[in-house]
Design a binder for this molecule. Sequence first.
Ligand code: ADP
Length: 506
Amino acid sequence: MSSIRSRLTTGYAAALAGTMLVFALVLYAARRASSYEELQRYVTAEANIVIGIIRQAELEGRPLTQLRDSLAGPTVTPTLSQLLDGVPDYVVVLGRDDIILYRSPAVRQLLDIGYSQLIGRGSEVPVTGPGQLASIQNEQVLIVARAPPDPQSQISRVVVAASTQSADLAIAELFGTMLIIAPILLLASVGIAYAISSRAFRQVDRLINEVQAITDGRSLHRRLPVESSGDELTRLAVTLNEMMARLETSFAGLRRFTADASHELKTPLAVLRADVERAMSPNSSRTEKMVALEEALQETTRMADLVGSLLTLARADEGRFDLHREWVDLEPLVREVFETAHILGEEGGLEVTMPTVTPTAVMGDRTRLRQLFLNLVTNAIKYTPRDGSVEITLSKTGRTATLSVRDTGIGISAADLPHVFERFYRADRARSRTAERGGFGLGLAISQWIAEAHGGTIAVRSRFGRGSTFTVTIPTAEEPTGEISAIDDRGALEEGLDQDSESRRS
Ligand code: ADP
C-alpha cells in the first residue's frame, strides 16, 4: 500500500465498516428490545383475556369449577375449558391453594419435566410488572403471571407463557438482511471512494510529472499550470512556481557569480604570468625584471583583495559572520573616515567637506561600519573628476542615524542605478578596470550587507553626469550597553576586512 490513494481508500473502508458495525449493533439492540416489548404486550394481553373470560363467568354467576375426579381435584367446567382453549400458547389457571384448575392444550402436551418447569417458574413470577424469560423443555419462553382484580375470586393466578421464537426470528431476519446488504454497501462505497480519490490524485500525478520535467535542471524557466479553482492543489502549484522562480534567480545569480569571479581572476592571472615570464627572461635587464616583479606583486595584492571580498560575501550569505556588536560612537568614526577621504581627495584634486556631524551612536561592529563608510567615500572620490567636491554628513532623525556621501561626480545612469548593489556590477566597466583604483564591483554589495546586518538600509540617488548621493541609515542606540555578542571567527573576519579596507585605501 504505497500510494496515498490506496491508503485513503483503505482507511475509508475501515472507517465505513466500523461505522456500519456500530450501526448494526445499535439497530440489533433496538430491534431486540422492541420485539421483546411486543411479545410482552402480547403475552400480557393473553393473560388478561383469560382473566376476562373467567371474570365474565363469575359475573354471570356460572359455576367455574367442577369436581370430576376426587383424586385429581377440581377443574374448570367443560364450557369454560372450551372457551379458554381458544387462547393459544401455554396457559395455566391456578385456584386457591395453588390448585391447578386449567391447563391449555399446549401445556397438556408438555412432558412432566417441562410442565413442572412451567409451574415452578410460573408461581415465582410476580403478578404485576413485566414477565420473565425461562427455558421450558429447551424452549425459550416469556412467562407472565396475572391475578384477577376481585379478591373473592376462586382464581388465584393465571400463568401464560409464549415462545420467544417469533421475536428472535424477526431479529435474525434483520441480521440476515444486514449481512447481505452490508458487504454490497461497503464494496460500492469503497469503489466510489477510490474513483473520487483517483480523480483528485490524477491532478497530483500530473503535478508530480510536471515538477519532475522541470527539475531536471535545464527547465527551471518553466512553470506549472495554475488552474482557477483555488483549491489546495492550485495553491501548491502557485507555491511551487514561486519556489522555482526563487531557485531560478539564485541559480542564475550563482552562475553569474562564478563566471564573474573567474573572469575577474583571469586578467590578473594573465598579467601575473606575463610579468613572471618577463622577470625570468634572460633577455630582460635587471631594471625590467624589477618592474615586472613589482607589477606581479600589485596583481597578487589585487587578487588577494578580490578573494578577501568574495570570502566576506560568501560568509555573509551563509550567515556565518556574526557581527561584533558594541556601542559605537559614530562621530569619531566618521571624522576618521573624513580624514582619510581628505588625503585621498587632495591627491585627486577634489574638495572633501564635512559640514554637518551630529553626535550619534549605534550598536554595531565598529570595523564593519568603518569599512562601509570608507567604501562610499572612496567610491565618491574615485568617480568624481578633478575640481569636483565630495560632501559627508552625519545626522540623526528620531531613532535613526544617517550618513550621506554626496559627490559631484560622473553619476550613474538610470539604467545602471537599480543594479549598482549587485555583485560584480560596474556601471562603467572599461573605465573602472583601467582606472588607477579600479574595483571589482563588490564594494557596494558588501556595503549593503553591512548596512542590512545592522538593521539599516542603504540607498542611492544619482543623475548621470551630475553626481550621486549614497545614504546609509542605521537605528541608533541610546545607552552604551557594551558588547552583547562575540564573533564566530574573529581572526578570519579581521583578516578579510583588512584586505577589503586596504583595497579601498590604496
Ligand atoms: P567598484 O569596486 O567597481 O567601485 P562598487 O560595488 O563599489 O564597485 O560600485 C559598483 C559600481 O557602482 C561602480 O563600478 C560604479 O560604476 C558605480 N558607482 C559606485 N559609486 C559611485 C559614485 N559615487 N559615482 C558614480 N558611480 C558609482
